[in-house]
Design a protein around this ligand. Structure first.
Ligand SMILES: Nc1ncnc2c1ncn2[C@@H]1O[C@H](COP(=O)(O)OP(=O)(O)OP(=O)(O)O)[C@@H](O)[C@H]1O
Ligand SMILES: NC(=O)c1ccc[n+]([C@@H]2O[C@H](COP(=O)(O)O)[C@@H](O)[C@H]2O)c1
Length: 343
């Protein structure tokens, strides 16, 4: 059977704590690469690890599965598998790969009502078992591949089976050299022909660790994670999130939208937000010292250069502040009072 006749399903197990955009990018990168090598990739599986895996800061699999489900709502070909999470204990990756491959092939066989097809499948024996029509390949980042050298973490037999039977697609991460690692590993080097390295040329160091840290500090995680997953994290207060960085500044946004219509197309200086009171006066997009500045900075930062032709005085309020007053003149926003609400 040629590699094009076997359908490939990519399988990634992991913590997904939380799922990041890079977790999904991995699938796209791998599919493009495999397509160029002549494989037919027909699906992807994300399999969140069991709670008993016991990794530090792991939130419950109920939340992690729900976050993966939300992240995948827009994907046409990658699906969540809750099988690992629903077992009574942690499952080795080899066992999970085998389970998903058997399950898919059985379902495909069951759909195969044509008797000759069934006969052919039975006849097509390979090492005593019916030849598979769907191959579930192990997709991982290079850190997981390298963990195969950690003593007692993976059994030699499992590595042999994962590389030899399933095949591995590995995505580069940081300044790593998977080819050298594979060469130095006795078992992996035996299966060099079944291990496909996909170079991520646009280095992307998004990790769940980085996002958890940002959330603990109240920093924004927008554009690193699916919007619905981000909302889910705030709604459920996951990862000791200190506050939503999205202060309610809609009145200011409305105001700026209106002002935009009054701005001249060319010629005026760039708009800056001057710091209120005694804080450093910097363009808000460079550094926001106070919460008010952060709020204004967010409302401004995506708008680029604004051109003003008139002086405007206005006030706006948010959920934490009862009133922010500012004047816009010659493209400069001057905050003139920023009274914090008494709670
Ligand atoms: N930026 C990345 N580049 C390449 N692979 C990645 C990247 N982020 C995650 N992966 C891969 O995604 C899979 C699942 O990742 P998992 O959620 O377990 O780890 P992680 O994102 O590194 O999380 P943490 O930071 O919590 O350790 C692993 O194979 C991991 O190597
Ligand atoms: N022996 C094994 O099968 C084995 C060992 C280590 C990690 N893993 C898997 O790798 C995935 C990623 O784990 P880490 O986040 O610890 O790198 C998890 O889904 C975990 O189950 C499997």
């Amino acid at each position: 059977m040629s590699s094009a006749a076997i359908k490939t399903v990519l399988f990634v197990c992991g913590s997904y704590n939380p799922p990041t955009n890079m977790h999904l990018r991995m699938f796209e990168l791998a599919r493009d690469h495999l397509f160029k090598l002549g494989h037919t990739v027909c699906g992807g599986i994300m399999s969140p690890v069991h709670d008993k895996y016991g990794k530090k800061d792991l939130v419950s699999s109920k939340h992690r599965c729900e976050m993966v489900r939300l992240a995948l709502e827009d994907s046409t070909w990658i699906k969540l598998s809750e099988w690992e999470a629903q077992q009574s204990e942690w499952t080795r990756t080899r066992v999970s790969l085998d389970h998903h491959e058997d399950e898919l092939n059985q379902q495909l066989d069951a759909q195969c009502t044509n008797k000759t097809d069934v006969k052919r499948a039975r006849h097509d024996q390979h090492n005593g078992s019916p030849r598979r029509k769907i191959q579930v390949m192990f997709l991982c980042g290079v850190d997981v591949l390298e963990s195969m050298a950690v003593p007692n973490l993976w059994s030699a037999d499992d590595i042999n089976h994962i590389a030899g039977h399933h095949g591995i697609v590995v995505i580069t991460r940081g300044d790593t050299n998977p080819a050298k690692f594979i060469y130095q590993h006795d078992i992996l080097s035996k299966h060099m022909n079944k291990i496909i390295i996909v170079n991520e040329w646009i280095k992307n160091e998004i990790s769940s660790t980085y996002l958890r840290r940002a959330l603990r500090r109240g920093d924004s995680i927008k554009y690193l994670i699916n919007d619905k997953v981000e909302q889910y994290i705030y709604q459920h207060g996951l990862y000791s999130v200190v506050e939503s960085p999205h202060l309610e500044v809609s009145p200011i946004l409305d105001l700026l939208s209106n002002l935009n219509n009054n701005f001249l197309p060319n010629g005026s200086p760039e708009t800056h937000v001057n710091a209120p009171r005694d804080t450093c006066a910097q363009p808000a997009s460079m550094h926001a010292h106070s919460k008010q500045q952060r709020a204004l900075s967010r409302s401004n930062s995506s708008r680029g250069t604004l051109k003003s032709k008139s002086k405007v005085r206005a006030t706006a309020s948010g959920d934490k502040y009862d009133r922010v007053e500012f004047v816009i003149q010659d493209g400069v926003i001057n905050v003139i009072s920023d009274k914090e609400a008494q709670v």
